[in-house]
Design a binder for this molecule. Structure first.
Ligand code: 1PR
Length: 592
């Protein structure tokens, strides 16, 4: 359940039907390829959704990519990267049917340079319990199992966690004390039988295998291509392994556990001139209150995304806020924004807006899965579903039946739960007593306008334009059951107010689910970030206006959190030749 191959299509109720397609994006290696084979990397992409980010990272480091089309391409590779994505069983089916699995085993047996990423690590083990047991490649002893969420552990494990190196492995050179980005629900455990392989462990409820290394064979559970400068440095260490002198050396960090994330959000829409702009609402009203009531324009999406990445954002979210009325696949500029942003932003990108089944003017039907797939192909790591999730949850609560056809189910089945975020847009409704409504309410710290002591949070659709008969608590629990991997919890009342997050709402929802909750709406000062992490179970805090208006840099938010004892990912520094630390932007891997 990592993020799945778009070429793997599975009918809702039956087993997997797998079609291996040649990757569409094959990079032509020039006539001088053999002379620059040192600069060429072979990529085993069996049609996976978000391999674009890895391609971008490899190119960013100055390497060419040649794709595997047949098993022999593996055998002739000088350096092979295997970004396994998707469900374990579906991936093994592709590998077995195409002969790629056998070629992989032989390649690894010959101790040729190999880097497996995420599922590319898990597939090396004997088997996995994911929809199984399913046999793996059998290179490393052990079984891959799911994190145990029965005692409240939040699963998927999403975010920036610390590695504990257990042996010197070339590719992890110098990353001590830094966070790297994980997103997975299954993990391999260390044992007597596989201890020779393990190069680092990571702690999340238990110690699991975060990387393995033997000879030239390496694999990592995290995503180096999404781990900012640290991840690029790891990739570069692998790509340039032959010359140890070029290994990057970072100043050791202080990472010790899963960090709380700080996310920059870009609400995007076309303005009245038709240009795609970053806008920002005031309780979801994005029009200026003076002059021509124009859509507020706070900048260009790609530029701002890149700026926030360099400034230390742990993730960047794009919300196409008029997606509910425009067909997103018709919205080519938005897809172009994603493609361009993913060329330079090496942290996770989430995109939302308009993800639903759709029939266009010519009667052509598009499933929400097709819409999401296009977003993934364009560089998104996660998609965020708003209005459609509300309708899906209402239907599920009414019938008690999972139809298998909702956007949440369709997309999570193919791309994994961790790739599906549900964005909730609730509005506070004050009540005198909890008995007034059938929805879960909270007791307020500050009474409502008429002295009401309680409130429930009514979900809305279409960017807050329509209230629905379902509460945020009920919605969150329903979408978790339908397969959402994360919740983005907005609050219309707090949006753009700069007076702090709605702690009561965030506590209500983050205590109710065991998937990560991203707190959103209302950040206006660094203290609001520490408050939300100290008083609720939120895994991440998202903000927009405070960053767009340059009120507080992301690094100041993080420094404040660190000072308050909240672990966060800090930007790494690279050691100079004189061994003095310096800030990153020198050379590709140093650019954060
Ligand atoms: O319903 O699937 O098409 O998705 C539409 C998406 O667009 C939803 O995620 C919905 O939240 C978002 N959206 C729709 N209308 C608006 C609007 O502002 N008029 N933006 C909108 C929601 C909320 C946050 C905002 C935080 C932080 N924006 O994303 O960034 O409130 O702001 P702050 O830090 O400045 O307070 P669908």
């Amino acid at each position: 359940m990592e993020a799945a191959p778009c070429a793997v299509s599975r009918p809702p109720s039956s087993g997997a039907v797998v079609h291996w397609q040649r990757p569409k994006r094959s990079v032509r290696v020039s006539a001088s390829a053999s002379s620059c084979s040192q600069q060429t990397v072979t990529l085993l992409d069996y049609g996976a959704g978000n391999v674009r980010s890895l391609r971008n990272a490899i190119r960013h480091l100055g390497f060419h990519i040649t794709d595997v089309h047949k098993p022999e391409d593996i055998m002739t590779a000088d350096r092979l990267v295997f970004p396994g994505v998707g469900a374990f069983g579906a991936a093994m089916q592709v590998l077995n049917q195409t002969g790629l699995g056998e070629a992989l085993r032989m390649y690894i047996d010959k101790d040729k340079p190999f880097l497996g990423i995420c599922l590319g690590l898990q597939l090396l083990f004997d088997s996995s319990e994911e929809n199984g047991p399913v046999k793996g490649l059998g290179v490393i002893p052990g079984t891959v199992g799911r994190f145990d969420s029965t005692q409240g552990l939040i699963v998927p494990h999403i975010g920036w966690n610390a590695l504990q190196p257990v042996k010197d492995s070339g590719i992890l050179h110098g990353i001590e004390g830094h966070h790297v980005y994980f997103v997975h629900s299954y993990r391999a455990l260390p044992s007597e039988d596989n201890k020779d392989w393990i190069s680092s462990l990571c702690y999340y409820g238990e110690s699991f295998v975060s990387s393995v290394s033997r000879g030239n064979v390496n694999a990592v559970q995290f995503h180096p291509e999404k781990s900012g400068a640290v991840g690029l440095s790891i990739l570069q260490n692998f790509l340039r392994q032959s010359s140890s002198s070029s290994l990057k050396t970072l100043v050791p960090g202080k990472a010790s556990k899963l960090a709380k994330r700080v996310i920059a959000c870009l609400d995007v829409r076309a303005n009245d001139k038709g240009d795609l702009v970053v806008t920002k609402g005031d309780q979801y009203d994005v029009r200026e209150t003076t002059g021509d009531n124009e859509v507020r324009n706070l900048g260009k999406p790609v530029e701002l995304a890149s700026q926030y990445y360099k400034g230390g954002a742990d993730e960047v979210s794009f919300l196409n806020i008029t997606g509910f009325r425009d067909f997103p696949l018709g919205d080519l500029p938005m897809l172009q924004v994603l493609r361009s942003a993913s060329e330079n932003v090496f942290v996770p990108l989430t995109v939302g807006g308009g993800i639903r089944d759709f029939t266009d003017a010519n009667g052509r039907y598009y499933s929400s899965l097709e819409v999401a797939s296009e977003y993934f192909r364009s560089g998104a790591d996660k998609v965020s579903i708003g209005s459609d999730a509300v309708f899906a949850a209402e239907e599920y609560l009414l019938t008690g039946v999972k139809s298998g056809k909702t956007s949440i189910e369709q997309i999570s089945r193919v791309y994994g739960n961790q790739a599906v975020v549900v964005s909730i847009d609730p509005r506070r409704v004050f009540i005198k007593s909890p008995d007034e409504v059938k929805f879960k309410s909270v007791k307020l710290n500050k009474p409502g306008p008429n002295g009401e002591e309680y409130a429930w949070y009514q979900c809305t659709v279409k960017g807050g334009r329509e209230g629905r008969p379902i509460g945020a608590y009920e919605l969150a629990k329903a979408v978790e059951q339908l397969g959402a991997g994360e919740i983005l919890l907005n609050c219309i009342d707090c949006d753009g107010q700069g007076e702090g997050y709605d702690i009561e709402l965030i506590k209500l929802v983050s205590d109710a689910v065991t998937i990560p909750v991203i707190a959103s709406s209302g950040a206006g000062a660094v203290e609001h970030f520490s408050e939300v992490f100290q008083r609720t179970n939120a895994s991440a805090a998202l903000a927009a206006g405070i960053f767009h208006r340059n009120e507080v840099p992301i690094q100041s938010v993080k420094q404040h959190l660190l000072d308050r004892g909240v672990e966060v990912r800090m930007l790494p520094m690279e050691k100079t030749q004189s061994n003095q630390p310096e800030m990153a932007p020198r050379g590709a891997a140093a650019v954060v």
